[in-house]
Design a protein around this ligand. Structure first.
Ligand code: C2E
Ligand code: CA
Ligand code: CA
Ligand code: CA
Length: 273
């Protein structure tokens, strides 16, 4: 009977070791994938509600782990965010998006802004300004065709430092969106301090907008206040006609979601330009 706690302790510690080992192995594999150029961007279109017109897109990272295994962000972003790897991956995404815009412009397409997701760690890293500056310098794209998305939670961590960095980025002419709005703790009054020009209402509010009176009220108030602050509003995760109608009725500016278009590879998004 005495051996049991010990046995379970051993089991527990082996389990932890295995998990640590798995995470480390994945981190090493991700680092190698970055070197081997195995990450790619998919693009989800954003449309106006009335007479849907393409007005932007969000770049979402994918990992081509093997020729037939495409890994979604849920399979690697969290691990990458635990190390500096996310900083390098994010820098890659910014440059890749800017190069894509440049390529579309050169091919004579009507280009729309591409938004790139920026994680907290990257946002606390001063190099981000330099990364953006170099991407603009290399590609010579109009700066407003590049946008960065930071989550509300990121914006809240170490607000003063983040605000300083975001101001520098705005000065370069690059657009800034607050992502997943409503899931954190900030008020819109607080957001006034941030040099942003767009707010993205989190999918969780959009999901229940047609069935939950509270969510509908939150969305309506958020849009009204955002407009009062001069911000454009994007609704994330619009999946049904009913959600779309309600958002349009509340004067939401831009729709993003499966109803309007899924994230898609380069070739198919190019067809929309
Ligand atoms: P996010 O920034 O909130 O991106 C939106 C996510 O919602 C995407 O998932 C998109 O495919 C999904 N989505 C869009 N419309 C709908 C809809 O109508 N219904 C539903 N159910 N989902 C919808 P994805 O591509 O799997 O990305 C997940 C998250 O991974 C992103 O959430 C973002 O936080 C992170 N991520 C993706 N790419 C990057 C990146 O390049 N850098 C960083 N730091 N994070 C990234
Ligand atoms: Ca986003
Ligand atoms: Ca989001
Ligand atoms: Ca979200």
């Amino acid at each position: 009977a005495k051996a049991q706690p010990r046995a379970s302790f051993q089991f527990w510690s082996e389990d932890i070791n295995t998990r640590l080992h798995d995470r480390l192995a994945l981190e090493i594999e991700l680092r190698q994938a970055l070197r081997d150029d195995l990450f790619l961007l998919h693009y989800q279109p954003q449309f106006t509600f009335q007479n849907p017109r393409l007005v932007g897109m969000e770049a979402l990272m994918r990992w081509q782990r093997t020729p037939d295994q495409l890994v979604m962000p849920s399979g690697f972003i969290e691990i990458a965010e635990e190390s500096d790897l996310i900083v390098d991956m994010g820098a890659w995404a910014v440059l890749q998006a800017a190069r894509q815009v440049a390529q579309w412009l050169q091919a004579g397409h009507q280009a729309v802004p591409i938004a790139v997701n920026i994680s907290a760690r990257q946002c606390l890293n001063r190099d981000l300004v330099q990364v953006v500056r170099l991407a603009l310098l290399e590609t010579k794209i109009p700066p407003h065709l590049l946008r960065l998305e930071i989550t509300e939670t990121t914006a809240m961590t170490d607000a003063d430092q983040v605000i300083g960095l975001l101001r520098e980025i705005r000065t370069l002419g690059v657009g800034l969106s607050v992502d997943d709005f409503g899931t954190g703790y900030s008020s819109l009054a607080y957001l006034k301090r941030f040099p942003i020009d767009e707010l993205k209402i989190d999918r969780s509010f959009v999901m229940d907008i047609a069935t939950d009176k509270d969510d509908a009220a939150i969305v309506r108030a958020t849009i009204a206040l955002a407009h009062g602050l001069g911000l454009k509003v994007v609704a994330e995760g619009v999946e049904t006609e009913e959600q779309s109608r309600m958002l349009a009725a509340k004067q939401c500016d831009i729709a993003q979601g499966y109803l309007f278009g899924r994230p898609q590879p380069l070739d198919s998004i190019t067809g929309l330009l």
